[in-house]
Design a protein around this ligand. Structure first.
Ligand SMILES: [Zn+2]
Ligand SMILES: [Zn+2]
Length: 161
């Protein structure tokens, strides 16, 4: 996979622009009811980008969503598009909404989370499904499997499960 870096992205109105300069660590779909509400859709999509490989290049995103201590959800102040999320205490990555990026079709979700809250008709095509979130100790292995999966897709090979 050529991730075509840097990749530009923007909110619906274009006031806030972002740039992704590093390959995703993993791609995800989340079925939790919180994501259903914030995305006004069946699930949210994320690409976990290493923090140093992500930048806001124009505009000033504002905090929205939960306003809680654990997750910081950032939105465009004008069109209110949910753009990215930073998790408290995990400042080494940013969860970017890949539908804001050019060529969003490259960001098929590798894992799906909170399947326990999934809408009955929601299908993501993700390779791995989790009732809630993967255990913390699984992430390193998941990121390695994701890299292999990306390569195997390029080769048109079997999806690694
Ligand atoms: Zn906007
Ligand atoms: Zn969620």
């Amino acid at each position: 996979m050529d991730w075509k870096l840097p990749r530009q992205g923007a909110c619906r109105c274009g006031e806030v622009r972002i740039e992704v300069r590093a390959a995703p660590l993993v791609t995800m779909a989340c079925h939790c009811t919180g994501c259903q509400k914030m995305s006004s859709s069946a699930y949210s999509l994320s690409a976990a980008i290493p923090a140093e490989g992500f930048a806001v290049t124009e505009g000033e995103p504002v905090v929205g969503g939960l306003h809680g201590p654990d997750a910081h959800h950032y939105f465009c102040p004008r069109c209110m598009t949910w753009m990215f999320t930073r998790a408290e205490g995990m400042d080494w990555f940013v969860n970017v909404r890949p539908t804001l990026l050019e060529g969003a079709g490259d960001f098929a979700p590798y894992i799906e989370t909170w399947v326990g809250e999934k809408l009955p008709f929601a299908e993501t095509g993700a390779v791995k499904s989790y009732e809630a979130l993967p255990p913390m100790e699984d992430y390193e292995g998941l990121m390695a499997e994701f890299r292999e999966w990306v390569v195997s897709r390029d080769l048109g090979g079997e999806v690694i499960r």
